[in-house]
Design a protein around this ligand. Structure first.
Ligand SMILES: [Zn+2]
Length: 673
C-alpha cells in the first residue's frame, strides 16, 4: 500500500526479541568484539559480537538492533491479532475488521484461486480510455484507490503559515522510486534497469497479456518513467524547503499545466473549494502535463496499467507476489527469501488499522512509568541543549535568544496519542484482499483530504504507537517518541543513566537537533519557513555543516562508491548534536552521584558502547547500494565510525590517539552544537 507523504524527519528509514539486559548497566558484554581495536574500528569493537550472534537470514537485506526490536514487536502484535482473528467480532466492530482482514490476507487458497481477477475490472477500465480527457478523468479515481500515477497529492501544513493546512503535490510515479535508477549509467544501475525491464514484461504476462503486448507495454512504461525521472528533483534539491514550496492559485496552476482540468480533478478527489495549493516540484509537474499531452494514449494506458499491477502485486496470487519479490526483494535489496505470510499479514493489519491495533498494544505493553521516565529524560536533554546553545562561540546573542525560544516551545509526544482515530466508516469484507486494500486507501484519502481548508491538528501523530522509530516535524516543532521504541536496546527502565543517555538519550537529542539541522534551522519556533538567523550566524553554521558534509563525502561505503554528504547532512548533524547534547546531559545528571566502573568499563565508555549498540547490524552489499541512493541516514556502521571521531568525549573515554585509524585531528572535527 502506498504510504502517504509526510514531511517528518524520522530516525531511520522505515523498511522493517530483544532480550532485556540482565544487569543494571544494561550493556550486554556479548555484543562486543574485544579483539578489535576501539580506535581503529569502534563499530566492530562495540557490535562485533552482536553481528556474529545475529547473522542475516534469507528474509532480510539488513538486520540490526532496530529490526530485532521490530521482530519482537511483530510477535507481540501477532499475539494480539491472531487472538482476535480466531474469535472474530460482531459486524462493524474493530474485532471483526481485524479478524476478517487478517484471515483474508492469510487465505492463500482464495488468493491463488482469485489470481488477478480482483484487478481485472480496473485493467479493463484503463484499457477503455480513448482520449487524453478520458485519461485525466480516470486519474483521481485510481489515485483514491491507491494507484499513484504521474504525481501524488496530499494535505499538510502550509510551510509559510504553519497553522493552516495546504494542498500540496509531489513528484512521483516512478516504480523504481529513485530517479538515479533511470539516469545513472554505472554497471550496477544498468543491470538493475535491465532486470526491471524483464520484471515489467513478466508481470504483464502474469495478468494475461501476450509476449508482444508485454514487450510493447514495457517500452512505454520505461519511456514515461524515464521522462518523469529526468524532470524530478534530485535528493539534494528535495532537501531545500524554498525550492520545494510553490504556492499558487488553482487558476495559476491551470495556466502552468493546462493538460489537467484542475478544478474538476481536485473535486473528484474530494478536495472542494480549493483556492491555493503548492506545486512542490514545479518543473516536474510541468513535465507531467507535457507527458500527458504528447505521449500516445496507448502508451499511457500501458503506464497506468503498470502502476495498477505494481501497486496491487502484494495482494494477488502467490505467483504474482513471487515475481514482485524476485525483483524488489532479490535484485534491488539482495534478499533471499520472502517474508513469511503471517508477518506480511500482521504488517498489513497494522498498516490498515494502525491506531486501533496501537490502542491494544499500548494497553498490553507500555507501562505508565516508562512515560514518566522518558518525560524526565526529554526535560534534561532540553536543558542540556539550552546550555550548549548559550555556550556556542560562533553564534551571536540575538540568534541564541531565538534558538532558545524554539527549543523552549518544542511540542513533546511520548508513547501514544491523546485521542485515537475512528475506523467506524471503514468496511472490511470477505470479497477479496485487494478490494479491502482499495477501501482502506479510499478511507485514508477521505481522512487526509478532509483536512483541507482546516487548521492543522497538532495532536495528530505521524507514527503509530507500536512503531520502532521517532521523528521531528518542523512545521509543528514537535518531537515524537512512540511506545514501540521505548524498549531495550533503546530504553531500559532497569538500566543506569550511562546506558539510557547513550541510547534513547542520543535519540532524543538527535530529534531535538533536527530542529536546528540544515533544514530544521530554516523554520522558526512556530514552524514557519522564516529566517531567524543573522547573516553572520547562518554563514558560520553553513561553514561548520560543510565540514561534516565533506567528511561524509569522502567515506567509501562500498568499493568505488562514496556516501553522499549533502544528502545525509541533516541526519549526520542530528547524530552529532544528539551525541554532544546527551553526553552533556548525562554528565550533569550523574554529577552529584557519579556512576562506578562496572563490567570493566567506565560510565563514559558504557555511554558510547550503548550508543553504538543501537546501530549494530548486518547488511547485504545490494542493500548498501540501494540505501546509499535512497536513504538520508548514513549506514549503521557510519552512524558510529563516522559520528564518534568528531566527539572529544569519545577520544577521552577510550584513549583514542593519533595513529588510530578513526582519529581525526581536532582542527578537522565538526563543531556545531
Ligand atoms: Zn533523524
Amino acid at each position: 500500500m502506498r504510504k502517504l507523504t509526510v514531511p517528518i524527519i524520522a530516525l531511520v528509514l522505515m523498511t522493517n526479541a530483544c532480550n532485556a539486559p540482565k544487569d543494571t548497566t544494561g550493556i550486554n558484554l556479548k555484543n562486543l568484539d574485544t579483539t578489535a581495536v576501539a580506535g581503529n574500528d569502534f563499530y566492530q569493537y562495540a557490535c562485533g559480537g552482536w553481528m556474529k550472534d545475529n547473522p542475516l537470514t534469507g528474509e532480510y537485506s539488513r538486520f540490526g538492533s532496530f529490526d530485532k526490536l521490530r521482530e519482537n514487536n511483530l510477535n507481540q502484535l501477532k499475539d494480539l491479532v491472531t487472538g482476535i482473528a480466531s474469535k472474530g467480532g460482531s459486524e462493524g466492530s474493530i474485532e471483526q475488521k481485524i479478524a476478517d482482514l487478517y484471515n483474508i490476507a492469510m487465505d492463500s487458497t482464495k488468493l491463488n484461486k482469485d489470481g488477478y481477477e480482483p484487478i481485472k475490472a480496473d485493467l479493463q477500465r484503463i484499457a477503455g480510455l480513448k482520449t487524453k480527457e478520458d485519461l485525466v478523468q480516470l486519474m483521481p479515481d485510481l489515485y483514491l484507490s491507491g494507484v499513484d500515477t504521474y504525481f501524488s497529492i496530499s494535505v499538510d501544513a502550509d510551510q509559510m503559515s504553519s497553522k493552516d493546512n495546504l494542498v500540496q503535490t509531489y513528484q512521483s510515479g516512478i516504480s523504481l522510486g529513485e530517479r538515479d535508477y533511470y539516469l545513472d549509467n554505472d554497471a550496477h544501475t544498468k543491470e538493475i534497469r535491465d532486470k526491471y525491464k524483464e520484471h515489467v514484461i513478466k508481470m504483464f504476462k502474469l495478468v494475461g497479456f501476450t509476449d508482444t503486448q508485454a514487450q510493447a507495454n514495457m517500452e512505454a512504461v520505461l519511456k514515461i518513467e524515464t521522462r518523469l525521472a529526468t524532470a524530478a528533483y534530485d535528493n539534494v534539491k528535495l532537501r531545500d524547503p524554498h525550492a520545494n514550496y510553490n504556492k499558487m492559485t488553482v487558476a495559476e496552476l491551470q495556466k502552468l499545466v493546462p493538460a489537467i482540468k484542475w478544478n474538476a480533478y481536485l473535486n473528484a478527489l474530494g478536495l472542494k473549494n480549493i483556492k491555493n495549493l503548492s506545486i512542490s516540484q514545479k518543473e516536474s509537474m510541468v513535465e507531467v502535463g507535457k507527458i500527458i499531452e504528447t505521449e500516445p494514449i496507448q502508451c499511457q494506458i500501458a503506464y497506468l496499467q503498470w502502476k495498477l499491477i505494481d501497486e496491487s502485486a502484494g495482494y494477488l496470487s502467490d505467483a504474482i507476489y513471487a515475481q514482485n519479490f524476485d525483483f524488489y526483494g532479490k535484485v534491488l535489496s539482495g534478499k533471499k527469501e520472502q517474508r513469511p505470510r503471517w508477518k506480511r499479514s500482521v504488517d498489513m493489519v497494522d498498516g490498515v488499522l494502525g491506531e486501533a491495533v496501537g490502542q491494544m498494544y499500548v494497553k498490553e505493553y507500555f507501562p505508565p512509568a516508562a512515560k514518566e521516565r522518558m518525560l524526565k529524560l526529554v526535560g534534561n536533554l532540553q536543558k542540556s541543549l539550552g546550555e550548549r546553545i548559550n555556550a556556542l562561540p560562533w553564534m551571536g546573542d540575538s540568534t541564541k535568544a531565538k534558538a532558545q525560544e524554539k527549543l523552549g516551545t518544542f511540542y513533546v509526544k511520548v508513547g501514544y496519542p491523546n485521542k485515537w482515530r475512528d475506523y467506524s466508516s471503514l468496511d472490511i469484507k470477505k470479497d477479496s484482499y485487494y478490494a479491502n486494500i482499495v477501501r482502506s486507501n479510499r478511507f485514508d484519502h477521505a481522512w487526509l483530504f478532509g483536512k483541507a481548508n482546516k487548521p492543522v491538528d497538532k495532536d495528530e501523530w505521524y507514527m503509530t504507537p507500536q512503531t520502532v522509530n521517532a521523528y521531528y516535524n518542523p512545521t509543528t516543532n514537535e518531537i515524537c517518541f512512540p511506545a514501540g521504541i521505548l524498549q531495550p536496546p533503546f530504553f531500559d527502565m532497569n538500566a543506569d543513566d550511562a546506558f539510557n543517555y547513550g541510547a534513547i538519550g542520543v535519540v532524543i537529542g538527535h530529534e531535538m537537533t533536527h530542529g536546528f539541522d540544515d533544514q530544521g534551522c530554516q523554520f522558526d519556533k512556530d514552524g514557519n519557513l522564516k529566517n531567524w538567523w543573522t547573516a553572520e550566524d547562518k554563514k558560520n553554521f553553513d561553514a561548520r555543516a560543510k565540514v561534516l558534509a565533506d567528511y561524509f563525502d569522502a567515506i567509501e561505503v562500498a568499493p568505488g562508491v562514496k556516501a553522499n554528504g549533502k544528502f545525509t547532512l541533516g541526519e549526520n548533524i542530528a547524530d552529532h548534536g544528539g551525541l554532544q547534547v546527551s553526553f552533556n546531559a548525562f554528565k550533569t545528571a550523574t554529577s552529584a552521584n557519579p556512576l562506578a566502573k562496572e563490567d570493566g568499563y567506565t560510565p563514559e565508555q558504557r555511554f558510547f558502547l550503548s550508543y553504538a549498540n543501537v546501530w549494530a547490524g548486518n547488511i547485504r552489499s545490494e542493500e548498501i547500494l540501494q540505501l546509499t541512493k535512497s536513504d538520508p541516514h548514513s549506514l549503521g556502521k557510519w552512524r558510529v565510525n563516522g559520528a564518534l571521531p568528531h566527539i572529544q568525549a569519545w577520544y577521552d573515554a577510550f584513549g583514542i590517539k593519533a595513529g588510530n585509524m578513526l582519529f581525526v585531528p581536532t582542527e578537522k572535527r565538526v563543531s556545531i552544537w
